[in-house]
Ligand binder design. Structure first.
Ligand SMILES: *[C@@H]1O[C@H](CO)[C@@H](O)[C@H](O)[C@H]1NC(C)=O
Length: 569
């Protein structure tokens, strides 16, 4: 008996195969979170994670836009290695585009599945659906290491909700009204002609018919098209809502995440909760509207935090807290300067310059990053060294007992030794900051001196002068309308985290030495890149009707989730 007990104890160290809950917010800025210094937005649940775990202050995303950042997160590799970075289109804009995470890429989900984990993705995917036919689902989560998927294969876009868009709010109802009037008129004229009451020629009837049809097409293409084809919810391979009813979506996602944990509490499980918040159109439940001090955006952040709290409550109730690693981060920085009708639709990146889609500036890539695992990770610890969202891949793979693939470059590093305090320095000496497929900047963490250098080789041109943001759109281009710097713009982030004062050879004695060291590392990095198919090329990112997920017979795709009126939303 005694022997048996010993046996069990030695072969089963307490912490083998923890459950893993990865929560990724969308477009949340580092300055939007309480434990990162925001004292007016309330995020008590994220703050609780930080109090009970380890908070990273230099957590860097591989790109400042969704699709490439998420591809890197899932694979632990710079998006350029999987072909998920491009100059033509930087993100997927259609569910029915053929580009996406290639099948030969290995996600952490795939490896954890092999290690006996039940893996689930709830929320946003945004790295592709199908390649050649409507249902091949070559890029779909179920083909990339997830046993279960519920959510949107793309992302939220403004068109998913009509109240924020110009067309939606003002023109759409008017358009629709006239469409119906015209259709009615057409019907009357046709009936009149058929019954002989009206003496018009068939030519007039058909011209009228054509006019009505064109009017409808113009209404549909400016209002209904994107919404119908992009704003959909799927469960596994099946389309469940088309178009999604946004009022219900956040609660559907929340309940799916909780149900996944409850179904799999025997563990081990991995849940990737990829939140739809706080991306526009900032769909917020009635309970949270008007609650924050920061308008619609703040309300949306507070609801997101509440959802995080519900997940933590579920872990507590099921007694899973002590054997579950919880991670919280944002896919990249907040979007700046996005306002419609005076309403701010983006967040705040604190002291960091720039934001979503602005090249290599810090605000677009430095995000909140928190790990909690009571009893294993110290509580209340703060780590300032550089870490990357790509580190999640090797970290969770190794926690689950798996091995990272040996046949390819993995850019992430196992974070456990750093999080547990077994080593004092991050393993990242260099990190590279891409904009599309262009390398815009690189950082060098000089361990001996503790200095953190960042060199910008290319920066977007901000308009007007002195303003942070680009003229034509909230997202800056990567290769047109940019400034090339040689020598690069060099900053010492350890003294100037806001990238406000570029160094010069006269202000910084080691200027040239630092620059040449970074350039050498950059060349070395670039030597490890191999050509791969460009997943986001122009051809791979256009809408291809034959790939369109549809819950009926294409193009007649309409369906709704049945939510029982008694179900609490
Ligand atoms: C808190 O977040 C809001 C919303 O993004 C922002 O407007 C505000 O400036 C932030 N406050 C601080 C102190 O960072």
């Amino acid at each position: 008996m005694v022997f048996l007990c010993l046996c069990v104890q030695t072969t089963m160290p307490i912490h083998t195969k923890p459950n893993i809950v990865l929560i990724l917010a969308d477009d949340l800025g580092i300055g939007d979170v309480g434990c990162y210094g925001n004292d007016t937005l309330r995020t008590p649940n994220i703050d609780r994670l930080s109090r009970e775990g380890v908070r990273l202050t230099q957590h860097i995303s591989a790109a400042s836009l969704c699709t490439p950042s998420r591809a890197a997160f899932l694979t632990g590799r710079y998006p350029i290695r999987s072909g998920m970075a491009s100059d033509e289109s930087r993100v997927l804009l259609w569910t029915a585009a053929s580009g996406g995470l290639p099948a030969n890429e290995t996600t952490f989900g795939k490896i954890l599945q092999q290690q006996g984990y039940t893996t689930g993705l709830v929320g946003k995917w945004h790295v592709g659906v199908s390649c050649d036919t409507r249902n091949d689902h070559c890029h779909h989560p179920l083909n990339h290491g997830f046993h279960y998927f519920y959510g949107t294969p793309l992302t939220l876009v403004l068109d998913c909700e009509n109240k924020h868009t110009e067309i939606g709010r003002r023109q759409m109802p008017t358009y629709w009204f006239y469409t119906r009037i015209l259709a009615f008129l057409l019907l009357l004229v046709t009936l009149g002609k058929v019954s002989g009451y009206l003496r018009v020629s068939w030519r007039v009837v058909s011209i009228l018919g054509l006019g009505v049809f064109l009017f409808f097409i113009s209404w549909y293409s400016s209002y209904g098209f994107i919404r119908h084809w992009d704003c959909i919810l799927m469960r596994n391979h099946e389309v469940r809502e088309q178009s999604m009813v946004l009022e219900k979506t956040p609660s559907l996602i929340r309940r799916e995440a909780i149900a996944f944990i409850e179904r799999n509490k025997q563990g081990p499980f991995l849940l990737f909760l990829s939140l739809l918040q706080v991306h526009t159109p900032l769909t917020t439940s009635k309970n949270f509207l008007g609650r924050s001090r920061h308008g619609l955006y703040g309300d949306n952040v507070e609801e997101m935090d509440w959802i995080v709290g519900k997940i933590l409550d579920t872990l507590d109730q099921e007694g899973l807290t002590n054997n579950t690693l919880v991670y919280f981060a944002s896919d990249h920085g907040a979007v700046l300067g996005f306002r419609i009708d005076g309403i701010t639709l983006g967040g705040w990146n604190g002291i960091y310059k720039g934001g979503k889609g602005m090249g290599g500036w810090e605000g677009g890539i430095r995000v909140p990053g928190i790990f909690r695992w009571p009893g294993v990770l110290p509580a209340g610890r703060v780590i300032d060294g550089p870490t990357s969202l790509m580190d999640i891949f090797p970290t969770v793979v190794q926690l689950g007992g798996g091995q990272v693939p040996q046949d390819r470059v993995i850019d992430g590093r196992d974070l456990m030794p750093l999080l547990r305090g077994q080593v004092s320095h991050s393993e990242h000496e260099f990190l590279f900051h891409y904009c599309g497929s262009q390398l815009h900047a690189a950082r060098w963490y000089q361990r001996e001196s503790g200095r953190l250098w960042k060199a910008h080789f290319v920066t977007p041109v901000f308009h007007p002068e002195g303003h942070v943001g680009c003229a034509r759109s909230v997202l800056c281009p990567c290769h047109k309308d940019v400034t090339h710097h040689d020598p690069p713009l060099l900053f010492d982030l350890s003294r100037d985290p806001s990238e406000a004062m570029p160094l010069s050879p006269s202000s910084e004695p080691s200027f040239y030495a630092v620059v040449s060291h970074i350039k050498e590392a950059t060349r070395e990095h670039q030597r490890t890149l191999t050509p791969v198919p460009r997943q986001l090329s122009g051809f791979n990112t256009v809408w291809k009707p034959w790939l369109q997920p549809c819950c009926g017979v294409f193009p007649f795709c309409w369906c709704q989730e049945n939510v029982h009126p008694r179900d609490e939303l």
